[in-house]
Design a protein around this ligand. Structure first.
Ligand SMILES: *Cc1c(COP(=O)(O)O)cnc(C)c1O
Length: 405
């Protein structure tokens, strides 16, 4: 990483760094973005195929979203939940409409400020729905559900728990994709199954449709809720509005964030009406829930994703990217759907080294694990930008030793 060091306290004297040391030294100082492009403090241009970790689906500084935020900032930013505001009301109707179309169920929404908070809401809802003695939540190994204590407890990565033990009680993990293991784990104490339709942080691992259908059947048989974490997959990235649609299943609860405000910090927990009905006033809340500024970004983002038919665009651009990357030296496969892709590298190639080399070359990606490059560009990425990125990836793999021994 030293090749990318710049003048910043986080890269120099730790005692002067104003940030808590949880992220490691930043690779770049980014000053400006437009569409798929970013510029750093030296004026160098980058193509951004990470999009703020699958957040900026409409591209950086999208003019429609920027205008909505600017106008709302000058009209009404925040009023508290003692009062309604028309912007959040419109956003709730829009989110509910998308999820009603996807699930066939009417639902209700709780707005949050992040993905972890969306999952916190879902976990509390599941516990109240399950009732006393039925509060366990089962999730998959390799999953990622957030960094708050409860969402971290649900996250199936024991190494992330270890420094913070003891973790909150009532969480169970089973191997990913193993329906028998999940069936064995869902006993009378289980309130909900929490699952990603495509594991994101876990390495871009799509769940087979039969697995998701099996989970739906299991939850129907046992009365456990099926919660699908669509925080990374949601809002058209995978070629459907929500990734569970690929399997034709209908979850009881869906959690959202990342792309929902095109970079504005906002998320939501959605639940079927009869499930949401277990919450009473005082059971949950958040000062910023449904704040006008954030939900103005949600309205503009959903309208714009609809206008461009984002699911179809993600499918088409994703197919172009997969076609271009399939069969090139050093690539043994491309996992994922739409524009949520993991490029599996041949043995001997180090994804982290290729990430660093691509950064030098002017392409931002992410090494989601030691052998996989994650590509989650804006859905608005152009064909020319896809071709430019592929050319850079081919060159980086060649520099790293091509197809390796
Ligand atoms: C990013 C992510 C989260 C956590 O979202 P934050 O906004 O970082 O709290 C939860 N689940 C999944 C699947 C994610 O990708």
């Amino acid at each position: 990483m030293s090749a990318h060091a710049f003048e910043h306290p986080a890269n120099n004297a730790a005692e002067r760094c104003p940030f808590m040391p949880v992220f490691g030294p930043p690779a770049l100082m980014i000053e400006r973005g437009l569409g798929t492009e970013l510029w750093d403090s030296t004026g160098k241009r980058y193509l951004d195929f990470l999009a703020g970790i699958a957040v900026v689906s409409l591209g950086h500084s999208n003019p429609v979203v920027a205008d909505a935020i600017a106008r709302q900032a000058a009209t009404l930013v925040h009023v508290s939940n003692f009062f309604a505001n028309p912007v959040a009301t419109e956003a709730a109707l829009k989110v509910n409409a998308l999820l009603e179309a996807a699930t066939g169920h009417q639902g209700q929404v709780f707005f949050t400020n992040s993905g972890a908070e969306s999952n916190e809401c879902a976990l509390k809802l599941a516990r109240k729905h399950g009732g006393r003695g039925r509060h366990t939540v089962v999730s998959a190994l390799g999953s990622f559900h957030g960094r708050t204590l409860a969402s971290l407890a649900a996250t199936g990565q024991p190494t992330k728990h270890e420094p913070f033990a003891p973790m909150p009680e009532g969480f169970r993990h089973v191997p990913w994709g193993d329906l028998d293991a999940m069936t064995a784990a869902v006993d009378g104490s289980v309130a909900a199954v929490l699952i990603e339709a495509i594991q994101g942080e876990g390495g871009i691992n799509p769940a087979p449709a039969a697995y998701l259908r099996g989970l739906r059947d299991l939850c129907d048989r046992t009365g456990a809720l099926l919660i699908v974490d669509e925080i990374q997959t949601g809002f058209a990235r995978t070629g459907e509005w929500f990734a569970f649609e690929h399997a034709g299943i209908s979850p009881d609860v869906v959690t959202l964030a990342k792309a929902m405000g095109n970079g504005m910090p906002v998320g939501a927990c959605w639940a079927r009406r009869d499930v949401a009905a277990v919450f009473e006033p005082g059971d949950h809340g958040s000062t910023y829930s449904g704040t006008a500024l954030a939900t103005a970004a949600v309205n503009a983002t959903i309208d714009e994703l609809r206008r461009i038919d984002a699911p179809a665009v993600a499918r088409r651009k994703g197919a172009r990217l997969v076609d271009a990357l399939t069969g090139i030296d050093g690539v043994v496969g491309v996992r994922g759907k739409g524009l949520m892709l993991g490029v599996a590298l041949a043995d001997g190639l180090d994804a982290r080294a290729i990430y660093a080399d691509l950064l030098d070359a002017g392409l931002i990606v992410n090494a989601v694990n030691a052998s996989t490059i994650r590509l989650v560009p804006p859905i608005t990425v152009t064909d020319e930008e896809i071709d430019e990125a592929v050319t850079m990836i081919v060159a980086a793999i060649a520099r790293a030793g091509g197809s390796a021994p």
